[in-house]
Design a protein around this ligand. Sequence first.
Ligand code: FES
Length: 95
Amino acid sequence: AYKVTFIRDGKEKTCEVGPNDYMLDAADASRIELNASCRGGVCGTCVSKLVSGTVDNEWLEVLDDGNVLSKEQIAAGYILPCSAKPTSDCVVEAN
Ligand code: FES
């Protein structure tokens, strides 16, 4: 499992996230509260910024450009934790 640290409201909370687990689900399991709604990569509520590390944000790749996150947001490191699996230890700035 990877260590994923979420920063929200200036507080840091870390949990372990398996390589096949979505970050949002792992945060839930560790009682780390994140903003979320659809949990399916559609609404954009969970949008967060990847500060360090890498993720497989698989659903973003199959969605049309700009559907949820713009190309610019993706290039700037924004991810959707509900549909992102870590591929390294990560630090995420949650909204
Ligand atoms: Fe809707 Fe993540 S909760 S996109």
